[in-house]
Write a protein that binds this ligand. Structure first.
Ligand code: SF4
Ligand code: SF4
Length: 480
């Protein structure tokens, strides 16, 4: 557990502006000496370039060494450096409030710096850069209030319920320049950002109707048996924007012999946390833990197709809530691909998969799966489909939840996506040269949105490709 830079929100120090500033400068100083993350995201370059600019010693030394721009003998370099001023002042101490604010704002919480950092707990330095940035955002939200932009982007349940209830109008507004202009001016969503469509029927409604049609009442955990049981944490995006994804997850899980439950759940809380609304996130986290615990106690795995949601439930809830219940729930959480691969390894998954035409898949590996260190499970599953080759696109898409939707970061976000876009285009060229069809897949719905905008190509969740291969195998069986 992170003790200094994490979420010890019950500690008065957490909400002390002086303690936060001290912690920011302490961690920035360590990072400034380390610089391993110099190319991960816009946040670190902003920090390092500013500290370099504020370091008179560095300028002086570089000026002496680079003035003529040509290599020089070591003895000459030593003699020139003899006259360099040596400052004992730390340039990080000279960072102003605006500099710190910029570093914080440019962190989009991809978490990629955490697994590579040698100074994360239990190291005595206790560096947890992403959580420190979230703490700084939380402090700002407490001092200045949560902005309307962050309130809107964090209110996934309210906005989702309203938009799906009026989905034809909401989808029209998504593409209407006047309403997008208005949206940018009021809630700060960039007018050119492609937005997810709104489903005419939520996954929750679909699930209710399915249970009614089968004469099943409300859902309760069933007693343990031989059958693997999974509670599907279907995610806000799956509920309001793309119910086909949780529906496909149910179909594949049931084909694999898993008993699936999908009782109503709250948003995982990441959109609120991203905007600094710690209280809002905590309320959602507490309610989800209370709802999930009876299922977990009865032996259900909590399975989700959303990498950010699994990350929240598994890693952030225990840190935020610091309770045994949150830890028990976190320990039962599985990414959908991870769960299916685990079943397969246990010899409990035998899916019939088929595909008529050869397919090349550009599989985007989401940051929030990478940071969970569970590997490319969806890629492994897709590779089981006959005729399918999968190439990984292991680059951050730069969307990162709601960050890339904000008008002030939209352009930068697309810039971060350039390498992922190139990766997809490389696979597309290979597919074309090999005469294969191409599919672009990502487990993360927001990465899918970003890649769709960056490449102009349709991007699907891997579970849809898996479901299609199951259906194709069925069709073949019927024919044969
Ligand atoms: S987060 Fe860790 S690895 Fe990255 S620059 Fe800072 S100290 Fe180095
Ligand atoms: S979490 Fe991601 S965006 Fe934030 S500082 Fe780390 S690498 Fe950069």
């Amino acid at each position: 557990m992170t003790e200094r830079s994490g979420y010890r929100i019950d500690d008065p120090e957490f909400w002390s502006p002086q303690a936060l500033e001290g912690e920011l400068r302490r961690v920035f100083q360590i990072c400034n000496g380390c610089r391993l993350c110099h190319n991960l995201c816009p946040s670190f370059p902003a920090l390092f370039s500013r500290t370099d600019a504020l370091d008179p010693t560095r300028e002086d030394a570089e000026g002496k060494l680079l003035a003529e721009g040509a290599p020089m003998e070591e003895s000459e370099a030593v003699s020139r450096l003899a006259s360099v001023r040596v400052s004992t002042e730390n340039p990080v101490d000279r960072l102003g409030a605006a500099d710190i604010r910029q570093v914080v704002d440019l962190c989009y919480n991809c978490k990629l710096c955490f697994p590579i950092c040698p100074y994360v707990p239990p190291h005595e330095f206790e560096v947890d850069f992403p959580r420190l940035m979230l703490r700084a955002k939380a402090m700002r939200a407490r001092e200045e209030g949560v902005t309307l932009q962050d309130r809107f982007l964090g209110a996934t349940e309210f906005v989702g319920a309203v938009m799906t209830a009026a989905s034809p109008l909401a989808n029209w507004a998504n593409h209407n320049p006047a309403s997008r202009f208005l949206m940018e001016k009021t809630v700060g969503v960039h007018r050119e950002r492609e937005l997810p469509g709104w489903a005419p029927e939520t996954f929750e409604r679909f699930w209710e109707k399915r249970r009614d049609a089968r004469g099943e009442g409300s859902e309760h955990p069933v007693a343990a048996g031989e059958t693997p049981r999974a509670l599907l944490f279907y995610t806000c995006h799956g509920n309001y924007n793309d119910p086909e994804v949780p529906q496909a997850a149910v179909e594949v899980l049931e084909r694999a012999g898993v008993a699936v439950a999908a009782p109503p759940m709250r948003c995982c809380g990441m959109p609120a946390l991203d905007g600094g609304d710690v209280e809002g996130c905590l309320a959602q986290a507490k309610e989800n833990v209370a709802r999930l615990l009876p299922w977990v106690d009865a032996g259900y795995a909590v399975v989700s197709p959303g990498p950010t949601c699994t990350f929240m439930l598994r890693h952030e809830y225990p840190e935020l809530l610091r309770s045994g219940e949150a830890r028990a729930v976190g320990a039962a959480v599985r990414d959908l691909g991870e769960y299916l691969v685990d079943l397969r390894r246990a010899g409990r998954l035998s899916l019939d998969l088929a595909r008529e035409k050869p397919l090349r898949v550009a599989y985007h590996f989401p940051c929030h799966l990478k940071v969970q260190k569970i590997g490319m499970r969806s890629k492994q599953l897709l590779e089981k489909i006959p005729g399918v080759e999968v190439e990984a696109v292991d680059r951050c898409c730069g969307m990162d939840g709601t960050w890339g939707m904000k008008k002030e970061f939209y352009e930068l976000s697309l810039g971060v996506a350039a390498k992922a876009k190139r990766g997809v285009e490389d696979v597309a060229e290979e597919a074309s040269a090999a005469g294969c069809e191409l599919a672009v897949a990502s487990d993360c719905p927001l990465a899918a949105l970003q890649l769709r905008q960056a490449t102009g190509r349709k991007v699907v969740h891997p579970i849809l490709l898996l479901r299609d291969a199951c259906r194709e195998a069925d069709a073949k069986k019927k024919e044969g």
